[in-house]
Write a protein that binds this ligand. Structure first.
Ligand code: GDP
Length: 441
Protein backbone atom coordinates (compact mmCIF):
# COMPACT_ATOMS: atom_id res chain seq x y z
CA UNK A 1 0.00 0.00 0.00
CA UNK A 2 1.38 3.47 -0.79
CA UNK A 3 2.43 4.86 2.56
CA UNK A 4 2.77 8.52 3.45
CA UNK A 5 4.23 9.78 6.71
CA UNK A 6 3.55 13.02 8.51
CA UNK A 7 6.74 14.35 10.07
CA UNK A 8 7.63 17.58 11.83
CA UNK A 9 8.29 19.13 15.19
CA UNK A 10 5.66 18.83 17.95
CA UNK A 11 2.48 20.91 18.12
CA UNK A 12 2.27 21.73 14.45
CA UNK A 13 -0.93 19.71 14.15
CA UNK A 14 0.21 16.38 12.74
CA UNK A 15 -2.27 14.27 14.68
CA UNK A 16 -5.22 16.50 13.85
CA UNK A 17 -4.32 16.34 10.17
CA UNK A 18 -3.84 12.59 10.41
CA UNK A 19 -7.34 12.14 11.82
CA UNK A 20 -8.79 14.52 9.25
CA UNK A 21 -7.33 12.48 6.42
CA UNK A 22 -8.65 9.16 7.61
CA UNK A 23 -12.03 7.77 7.03
CA UNK A 24 -12.80 4.70 8.98
CA UNK A 25 -14.08 1.79 6.94
CA UNK A 26 -17.12 1.35 9.07
CA UNK A 27 -18.35 2.65 12.37
CA UNK A 28 -21.57 1.78 14.07
CA UNK A 29 -22.25 5.39 14.93
CA UNK A 30 -21.23 8.07 12.54
CA UNK A 31 -17.88 9.78 13.20
CA UNK A 32 -18.36 10.77 16.77
CA UNK A 33 -15.60 13.19 17.65
CA UNK A 34 -13.39 12.13 20.54
CA UNK A 35 -14.02 8.47 19.92
CA UNK A 36 -11.39 7.88 17.30
CA UNK A 37 -8.41 6.38 19.03
CA UNK A 38 -4.95 7.85 18.79
CA UNK A 39 -3.31 5.82 16.11
CA UNK A 40 0.11 5.95 14.58
CA UNK A 41 -0.61 3.93 11.47
CA UNK A 42 -3.94 3.78 9.69
CA UNK A 43 -5.38 3.35 6.25
CA UNK A 44 -7.40 5.90 4.35
CA UNK A 45 -8.77 6.46 0.90
CA UNK A 46 -9.91 9.25 -1.37
CA UNK A 47 -11.92 8.76 -4.51
CA UNK A 48 -10.91 5.16 -4.88
CA UNK A 49 -7.23 5.70 -4.11
CA UNK A 50 -6.10 3.78 -1.07
CA UNK A 51 -3.15 4.75 1.07
CA UNK A 52 -1.68 4.32 4.51
CA UNK A 53 -0.71 7.19 6.76
CA UNK A 54 1.87 7.28 9.52
CA UNK A 55 1.62 9.90 12.23
CA UNK A 56 5.10 10.15 13.67
CA UNK A 57 3.84 12.72 16.17
CA UNK A 58 2.20 9.96 18.14
CA UNK A 59 5.59 8.39 18.69
CA UNK A 60 6.88 11.07 21.01
CA UNK A 61 6.25 10.22 24.61
CA UNK A 62 8.19 13.01 26.30
CA UNK A 63 6.36 16.23 27.02
CA UNK A 64 9.43 18.21 27.89
CA UNK A 65 10.14 19.40 24.40
CA UNK A 66 13.29 21.40 24.96
CA UNK A 67 15.46 18.51 25.99
CA UNK A 68 18.09 17.17 23.66
CA UNK A 69 16.72 13.69 24.08
CA UNK A 70 13.40 14.92 22.84
CA UNK A 71 14.94 16.46 19.72
CA UNK A 72 16.74 13.20 19.18
CA UNK A 73 13.36 11.49 19.31
CA UNK A 74 12.09 13.67 16.48
CA UNK A 75 14.94 12.56 14.25
CA UNK A 76 14.52 8.95 15.31
CA UNK A 77 10.87 9.12 14.27
CA UNK A 78 11.79 10.80 11.03
CA UNK A 79 14.29 8.01 10.36
CA UNK A 80 11.68 5.33 10.99
CA UNK A 81 9.18 7.19 8.83
CA UNK A 82 11.68 7.56 5.98
CA UNK A 83 12.28 3.82 6.09
CA UNK A 84 8.62 2.89 6.12
CA UNK A 85 7.03 5.54 3.90
CA UNK A 86 7.08 6.12 0.16
CA UNK A 87 6.42 9.85 0.43
CA UNK A 88 6.68 12.36 3.25
CA UNK A 89 4.68 15.35 4.39
CA UNK A 90 6.58 17.86 6.48
CA UNK A 91 4.04 19.67 8.62
CA UNK A 92 4.94 23.19 9.75
CA UNK A 93 3.10 25.91 11.64
CA UNK A 94 2.10 28.88 9.48
CA UNK A 95 1.51 31.11 12.47
CA UNK A 96 4.84 30.37 14.09
CA UNK A 97 6.73 30.67 10.82
CA UNK A 98 9.81 28.72 9.81
CA UNK A 99 11.81 27.58 12.84
CA UNK A 100 15.37 26.21 13.03
CA UNK A 101 14.02 22.79 13.97
CA UNK A 102 11.78 22.79 10.87
CA UNK A 103 14.86 23.50 8.79
CA UNK A 104 16.82 20.69 10.44
CA UNK A 105 14.04 18.18 9.92
CA UNK A 106 13.71 19.33 6.30
CA UNK A 107 17.43 18.88 5.72
CA UNK A 108 17.29 15.44 7.31
CA UNK A 109 14.40 14.12 5.26
CA UNK A 110 15.72 15.71 2.05
CA UNK A 111 18.49 13.07 2.02
CA UNK A 112 15.90 10.36 1.57
CA UNK A 113 15.15 11.46 -1.99
CA UNK A 114 11.53 10.60 -1.40
CA UNK A 115 8.79 12.95 -2.60
CA UNK A 116 8.18 15.64 0.02
CA UNK A 117 5.33 18.08 0.48
CA UNK A 118 5.55 20.95 2.94
CA UNK A 119 2.19 21.40 4.55
CA UNK A 120 1.74 24.77 6.20
CA UNK A 121 -0.89 24.24 8.85
CA UNK A 122 -2.88 26.75 10.93
CA UNK A 123 -3.36 29.01 7.92
CA UNK A 124 -6.90 30.07 8.46
CA UNK A 125 -7.63 32.34 5.54
CA UNK A 126 -6.29 33.81 2.38
CA UNK A 127 -5.10 37.03 4.05
CA UNK A 128 -2.54 34.96 5.97
CA UNK A 129 -1.44 32.92 3.04
CA UNK A 130 1.03 35.02 1.10
CA UNK A 131 3.39 36.14 3.88
CA UNK A 132 3.09 32.90 5.81
CA UNK A 133 3.91 30.75 2.84
CA UNK A 134 6.76 32.63 1.22
CA UNK A 135 9.36 31.74 3.84
CA UNK A 136 8.58 28.04 3.53
CA UNK A 137 9.27 28.06 -0.19
CA UNK A 138 12.97 28.42 0.52
CA UNK A 139 12.99 24.81 1.77
CA UNK A 140 12.76 23.88 -1.88
CA UNK A 141 9.69 21.64 -1.76
CA UNK A 142 6.15 22.05 -2.93
CA UNK A 143 4.23 24.09 -0.36
CA UNK A 144 0.57 23.85 0.49
CA UNK A 145 -1.45 25.85 3.05
CA UNK A 146 -4.13 24.19 5.14
CA UNK A 147 -6.03 24.52 8.40
CA UNK A 148 -6.68 21.21 10.10
CA UNK A 149 -8.84 22.89 12.67
CA UNK A 150 -10.98 25.11 10.48
CA UNK A 151 -11.04 22.82 7.50
CA UNK A 152 -9.46 25.33 5.14
CA UNK A 153 -8.08 23.62 2.00
CA UNK A 154 -8.69 20.14 3.41
CA UNK A 155 -10.39 18.94 0.26
CA UNK A 156 -7.37 19.99 -1.78
CA UNK A 157 -5.14 18.21 0.71
CA UNK A 158 -7.10 14.97 0.38
CA UNK A 159 -6.71 15.19 -3.36
CA UNK A 160 -3.02 15.93 -3.00
CA UNK A 161 -2.43 12.97 -0.71
CA UNK A 162 -4.27 10.69 -3.13
CA UNK A 163 -2.11 12.09 -5.92
CA UNK A 164 1.07 11.42 -3.93
CA UNK A 165 -0.16 7.87 -3.32
CA UNK A 166 -0.84 7.35 -7.02
CA UNK A 167 2.54 8.78 -7.96
CA UNK A 168 4.29 6.05 -5.97
CA UNK A 169 3.06 3.67 -8.66
CA UNK A 170 2.25 1.08 -6.00
CA UNK A 171 -0.96 -0.83 -6.18
CA UNK A 172 -2.77 -1.85 -3.04
CA UNK A 173 -2.41 -5.53 -2.30
CA UNK A 174 -5.42 -7.57 -3.23
CA UNK A 175 -6.93 -8.37 0.10
CA UNK A 176 -8.91 -11.54 0.18
CA UNK A 177 -9.81 -11.29 3.82
CA UNK A 178 -12.25 -14.15 3.89
CA UNK A 179 -9.69 -16.62 2.65
CA UNK A 180 -7.16 -15.52 5.24
CA UNK A 181 -9.25 -16.43 8.24
CA UNK A 182 -8.00 -15.05 11.49
CA UNK A 183 -5.05 -12.73 10.93
CA UNK A 184 -2.29 -12.69 13.50
CA UNK A 185 0.69 -10.35 13.71
CA UNK A 186 3.80 -11.46 15.59
CA UNK A 187 5.67 -8.56 17.12
CA UNK A 188 8.74 -8.34 19.25
CA UNK A 189 12.41 -7.53 19.32
CA UNK A 190 14.82 -9.46 17.12
CA UNK A 191 15.63 -12.87 18.55
CA UNK A 192 12.63 -13.00 20.84
CA UNK A 193 11.62 -16.14 18.97
CA UNK A 194 8.97 -14.92 16.53
CA UNK A 195 10.15 -17.03 13.60
CA UNK A 196 10.62 -20.07 15.77
CA UNK A 197 7.07 -19.65 16.95
CA UNK A 198 5.67 -19.23 13.44
CA UNK A 199 7.59 -22.29 12.34
CA UNK A 200 6.46 -24.33 15.31
CA UNK A 201 2.83 -23.36 14.84
CA UNK A 202 2.72 -23.87 11.08
CA UNK A 203 5.20 -26.73 10.90
CA UNK A 204 2.75 -29.51 11.44
CA UNK A 205 -0.17 -27.85 9.76
CA UNK A 206 -1.13 -27.64 6.16
CA UNK A 207 0.33 -24.40 4.86
CA UNK A 208 -1.98 -23.08 2.17
CA UNK A 209 0.01 -20.12 0.91
CA UNK A 210 3.41 -19.15 2.09
CA UNK A 211 4.50 -16.73 -0.56
CA UNK A 212 2.53 -14.41 -2.74
CA UNK A 213 4.39 -13.54 -5.89
CA UNK A 214 4.21 -9.98 -7.02
CA UNK A 215 3.55 -8.38 -3.68
CA UNK A 216 6.19 -6.56 -1.73
CA UNK A 217 8.65 -8.89 -0.15
CA UNK A 218 8.06 -7.16 3.18
CA UNK A 219 4.57 -8.45 3.59
CA UNK A 220 4.50 -12.17 3.14
CA UNK A 221 1.49 -13.76 4.75
CA UNK A 222 1.41 -17.40 5.77
CA UNK A 223 -2.03 -18.94 5.69
CA UNK A 224 -2.58 -22.33 7.29
CA UNK A 225 -5.24 -24.52 8.76
CA UNK A 226 -5.34 -25.69 12.34
CA UNK A 227 -8.12 -27.56 14.05
CA UNK A 228 -10.44 -26.92 11.12
CA UNK A 229 -9.90 -23.16 11.27
CA UNK A 230 -7.95 -20.91 8.91
CA UNK A 231 -5.27 -18.64 10.33
CA UNK A 232 -2.81 -16.26 8.70
CA UNK A 233 0.41 -14.90 10.10
CA UNK A 234 0.74 -11.49 8.49
CA UNK A 235 4.00 -9.83 7.44
CA UNK A 236 6.14 -12.82 8.20
CA UNK A 237 8.97 -11.75 5.91
CA UNK A 238 10.44 -9.59 8.61
CA UNK A 239 9.64 -12.26 11.14
CA UNK A 240 11.27 -15.06 9.21
CA UNK A 241 14.44 -13.22 8.30
CA UNK A 242 17.33 -14.91 10.03
CA UNK A 243 18.64 -12.49 12.57
CA UNK A 244 21.03 -14.64 14.48
CA UNK A 245 23.68 -14.42 11.79
CA UNK A 246 26.78 -12.93 13.34
CA UNK A 247 27.04 -9.21 12.89
CA UNK A 248 23.62 -8.63 11.44
CA UNK A 249 21.53 -6.28 13.49
CA UNK A 250 17.88 -6.08 12.70
CA UNK A 251 16.63 -2.74 13.83
CA UNK A 252 13.43 -2.79 15.75
CA UNK A 253 10.92 -0.32 14.35
CA UNK A 254 7.85 0.65 16.32
CA UNK A 255 6.18 1.91 13.15
CA UNK A 256 6.72 -1.39 11.37
CA UNK A 257 5.38 -3.26 14.36
CA UNK A 258 2.26 -1.14 14.62
CA UNK A 259 1.75 -1.37 10.88
CA UNK A 260 1.70 -5.17 11.02
CA UNK A 261 -0.52 -5.11 14.03
CA UNK A 262 -3.07 -2.90 12.29
CA UNK A 263 -3.33 -5.41 9.45
CA UNK A 264 -4.14 -8.21 11.87
CA UNK A 265 -7.17 -9.14 13.93
CA UNK A 266 -5.00 -10.15 16.84
CA UNK A 267 -1.42 -9.39 17.81
CA UNK A 268 1.00 -11.62 19.65
CA UNK A 269 3.78 -9.73 21.36
CA UNK A 270 6.72 -12.08 21.84
CA UNK A 271 9.10 -11.25 24.66
CA UNK A 272 12.32 -13.05 25.45
CA UNK A 273 12.01 -14.30 29.05
CA UNK A 274 15.75 -13.93 29.54
CA UNK A 275 15.80 -10.28 28.52
CA UNK A 276 12.67 -9.39 30.47
CA UNK A 277 10.75 -6.24 29.60
CA UNK A 278 13.29 -4.06 27.85
CA UNK A 279 12.76 -0.38 27.09
CA UNK A 280 11.63 -1.10 23.53
CA UNK A 281 9.18 -3.73 24.76
CA UNK A 282 7.76 -1.25 27.26
CA UNK A 283 7.36 1.33 24.54
CA UNK A 284 5.57 -1.05 22.21
CA UNK A 285 3.43 -2.32 25.07
CA UNK A 286 2.35 1.23 25.92
CA UNK A 287 1.32 1.83 22.30
CA UNK A 288 -0.62 -1.41 22.07
CA UNK A 289 -2.52 -0.53 25.22
CA UNK A 290 -3.08 3.10 24.21
CA UNK A 291 -4.37 2.08 20.78
CA UNK A 292 -6.67 -0.53 22.34
CA UNK A 293 -5.09 -3.27 20.23
CA UNK A 294 -6.35 -6.80 20.88
CA UNK A 295 -3.20 -8.62 21.90
CA UNK A 296 -1.62 -11.49 23.78
CA UNK A 297 1.80 -11.52 25.40
CA UNK A 298 3.91 -14.62 24.86
CA UNK A 299 6.86 -14.76 27.21
CA UNK A 300 9.12 -17.09 25.28
CA UNK A 301 12.22 -19.19 26.06
CA UNK A 302 10.70 -20.16 29.38
CA UNK A 303 12.85 -23.33 29.23
CA UNK A 304 15.80 -21.13 30.15
CA UNK A 305 14.17 -19.82 33.31
CA UNK A 306 14.28 -21.65 36.64
CA UNK A 307 11.17 -22.21 38.76
CA UNK A 308 12.19 -19.53 41.23
CA UNK A 309 12.83 -17.00 38.49
CA UNK A 310 9.44 -17.71 36.97
CA UNK A 311 7.59 -16.30 39.96
CA UNK A 312 9.61 -13.12 39.68
CA UNK A 313 8.94 -12.91 35.97
CA UNK A 314 5.22 -13.31 36.54
CA UNK A 315 5.17 -10.59 39.17
CA UNK A 316 7.01 -8.27 36.78
CA UNK A 317 4.41 -8.71 34.07
CA UNK A 318 1.58 -8.23 36.51
CA UNK A 319 3.10 -4.91 37.52
CA UNK A 320 3.61 -3.83 33.92
CA UNK A 321 -0.01 -4.64 33.09
CA UNK A 322 -1.71 -3.26 36.15
CA UNK A 323 -3.69 -0.78 34.03
CA UNK A 324 -4.42 -3.36 31.36
CA UNK A 325 -4.93 -6.52 33.32
CA UNK A 326 -7.22 -7.98 30.68
CA UNK A 327 -4.15 -8.70 28.51
CA UNK A 328 -3.46 -12.44 28.66
CA UNK A 329 0.12 -13.52 29.32
CA UNK A 330 1.25 -16.99 28.34
CA UNK A 331 4.60 -18.61 28.93
CA UNK A 332 6.02 -20.50 25.98
CA UNK A 333 9.03 -22.41 24.79
CA UNK A 334 9.72 -23.24 21.18
CA UNK A 335 12.34 -25.73 22.33
CA UNK A 336 10.32 -27.79 24.79
CA UNK A 337 7.14 -26.88 22.86
CA UNK A 338 5.34 -25.84 25.99
CA UNK A 339 2.57 -23.26 26.00
CA UNK A 340 2.43 -23.02 22.20
CA UNK A 341 -0.88 -24.88 22.01
CA UNK A 342 -2.54 -22.01 23.82
CA UNK A 343 -1.79 -19.34 21.24
CA UNK A 344 -4.27 -20.08 18.46
CA UNK A 345 -7.28 -20.81 20.71
CA UNK A 346 -6.54 -17.65 22.69
CA UNK A 347 -6.32 -15.64 19.46
CA UNK A 348 -9.69 -17.03 18.35
CA UNK A 349 -11.26 -16.17 21.69
CA UNK A 350 -9.83 -12.64 21.58
CA UNK A 351 -11.20 -12.06 18.09
CA UNK A 352 -14.61 -13.30 19.17
CA UNK A 353 -14.72 -10.99 22.15
CA UNK A 354 -13.70 -8.05 19.96
CA UNK A 355 -16.60 -8.60 17.60
CA UNK A 356 -19.17 -8.21 20.35
CA UNK A 357 -22.21 -6.07 19.60
CA UNK A 358 -24.89 -5.09 22.06
CA UNK A 359 -28.04 -3.15 21.30
CA UNK A 360 -28.58 0.21 22.92
CA UNK A 361 -31.75 -0.99 24.58
CA UNK A 362 -30.08 -3.99 26.13
CA UNK A 363 -27.09 -1.95 27.30
CA UNK A 364 -29.21 0.62 29.03
CA UNK A 365 -31.32 -2.01 30.77
CA UNK A 366 -28.16 -3.71 32.00
CA UNK A 367 -26.41 -0.62 33.26
CA UNK A 368 -29.37 1.18 34.81
CA UNK A 369 -29.32 -1.13 37.79
CA UNK A 370 -25.56 -1.04 38.13
CA UNK A 371 -25.46 2.75 38.19
CA UNK A 372 -28.41 3.06 40.57
CA UNK A 373 -26.76 0.72 43.04
CA UNK A 374 -23.33 2.32 42.77
CA UNK A 375 -23.81 5.99 42.12
CA UNK A 376 -20.73 7.91 40.97
CA UNK A 377 -19.05 9.81 43.81
CA UNK A 378 -19.84 13.49 44.29
CA UNK A 379 -17.20 15.75 42.76
CA UNK A 380 -17.21 19.39 43.86
CA UNK A 381 -20.74 19.03 45.19
CA UNK A 382 -21.99 17.62 41.91
CA UNK A 383 -22.75 14.11 40.83
CA UNK A 384 -22.56 12.74 37.31
CA UNK A 385 -25.98 12.01 35.86
CA UNK A 386 -26.22 9.34 33.22
CA UNK A 387 -28.48 9.97 30.24
CA UNK A 388 -27.88 6.93 28.13
CA UNK A 389 -25.28 4.54 26.88
CA UNK A 390 -24.55 3.22 23.42
CA UNK A 391 -22.04 1.03 21.62
CA UNK A 392 -20.30 3.24 19.09
CA UNK A 393 -18.02 0.69 17.50
CA UNK A 394 -16.67 -2.83 17.60
CA UNK A 395 -13.23 -4.37 17.10
CA UNK A 396 -12.65 -3.45 19.83
CA UNK A 397 -16.00 -2.75 21.49
CA UNK A 398 -16.36 0.95 22.19
CA UNK A 399 -19.01 2.27 24.53
CA UNK A 400 -20.12 5.85 24.95
CA UNK A 401 -21.76 7.01 28.17
CA UNK A 402 -23.67 10.23 27.68
CA UNK A 403 -23.72 12.17 30.92
CA UNK A 404 -24.38 15.70 32.13
CA UNK A 405 -20.69 16.56 32.55
CA UNK A 406 -17.83 14.24 31.63
CA UNK A 407 -15.46 15.97 34.05
CA UNK A 408 -17.37 14.39 36.93
CA UNK A 409 -16.07 10.92 36.11
CA UNK A 410 -12.89 9.98 37.93
CA UNK A 411 -10.60 7.05 36.99
CA UNK A 412 -11.83 4.81 39.81
CA UNK A 413 -15.42 5.09 38.66
CA UNK A 414 -14.36 4.61 35.06
CA UNK A 415 -12.65 1.36 36.12
CA UNK A 416 -15.68 0.33 38.11
CA UNK A 417 -17.93 0.71 35.06
CA UNK A 418 -15.43 -1.06 32.85
CA UNK A 419 -15.23 -4.01 35.23
CA UNK A 420 -19.02 -4.24 35.43
CA UNK A 421 -19.37 -4.14 31.65
CA UNK A 422 -16.70 -6.81 31.31
CA UNK A 423 -18.45 -9.05 33.78
CA UNK A 424 -21.93 -8.62 32.36
CA UNK A 425 -20.89 -8.86 28.70
CA UNK A 426 -18.37 -11.60 29.39
CA UNK A 427 -15.44 -9.75 27.85
CA UNK A 428 -12.34 -11.06 29.57
CA UNK A 429 -9.32 -10.54 27.36
CA UNK A 430 -10.33 -7.97 24.75
CA UNK A 431 -9.69 -4.26 25.16
CA UNK A 432 -12.80 -2.21 25.94
CA UNK A 433 -12.98 1.44 24.98
CA UNK A 434 -15.10 3.50 27.28
CA UNK A 435 -15.77 7.12 26.49
CA UNK A 436 -17.72 9.67 28.52
CA UNK A 437 -19.43 12.49 26.65
CA UNK A 438 -21.14 15.56 28.04
CA UNK A 439 -24.56 15.99 26.50
CA UNK A 440 -24.30 19.80 26.55
CA UNK A 441 -21.48 19.78 24.00
P1 GDP B 1 13.01 -13.76 15.92
O1 GDP B 1 14.09 -12.83 15.56
O2 GDP B 1 12.10 -13.13 16.95
O3 GDP B 1 12.27 -14.33 14.79
O4 GDP B 1 13.72 -14.97 16.74
P2 GDP B 1 14.11 -16.44 16.23
O5 GDP B 1 12.88 -17.26 16.14
O6 GDP B 1 14.99 -16.35 15.06
O7 GDP B 1 14.89 -16.98 17.51
C1 GDP B 1 16.11 -16.41 17.93
C2 GDP B 1 16.94 -17.43 18.64
O8 GDP B 1 16.29 -17.87 19.84
C3 GDP B 1 17.18 -18.68 17.82
O9 GDP B 1 18.50 -19.10 18.03
C4 GDP B 1 16.19 -19.70 18.39
O10 GDP B 1 16.62 -21.02 18.26
C5 GDP B 1 16.12 -19.29 19.84
N1 GDP B 1 14.83 -19.61 20.47
C6 GDP B 1 13.60 -19.34 19.98
N2 GDP B 1 12.64 -19.76 20.84
C7 GDP B 1 13.27 -20.33 21.88
C8 GDP B 1 12.82 -20.96 23.11
O11 GDP B 1 11.65 -21.10 23.41
N3 GDP B 1 13.80 -21.41 23.97
C9 GDP B 1 15.12 -21.26 23.69
N4 GDP B 1 15.98 -21.72 24.58
N5 GDP B 1 15.57 -20.68 22.55
C10 GDP B 1 14.67 -20.22 21.66
Amino acid sequence: LPTIALVGRPNVGKSTLFNRLLRKKRALTHDMPGITRDRIYAEGHFEGVQYALIDTGGLVMESDNDSEEFQGDIFEQAREAIEEAHALILVVDGRAGLTPLDEQVAAYIRQSNKPILVLVNKVDGSELEAPALSEFHCLGFEVMPVSAEHGYNLMALREKVAQMAEDTGLKPEEEDDEAKGLKIAMLGRPNAGKSSMVNALTGEERVIVSDIAGTTRDSVDVTFESGGKIFTFVDTAGVRRRTNIKGSIERFSVIRALKSSSKADVTVMVIDAMGGLAKQDKRLLDFLIKEATPFIIAVNKIDLVSKAERAELRAGFERALRFANHVPVIYTSCISKSGLGGILPLAAKLKKECSLRVSTGQLNRIMKDVIEKHQPPIVKRRRAKFKYLTQADDEPPTFVFFINDERLIKPTYHRFLENKLRKILNVKIAPLNIVFRSTFR
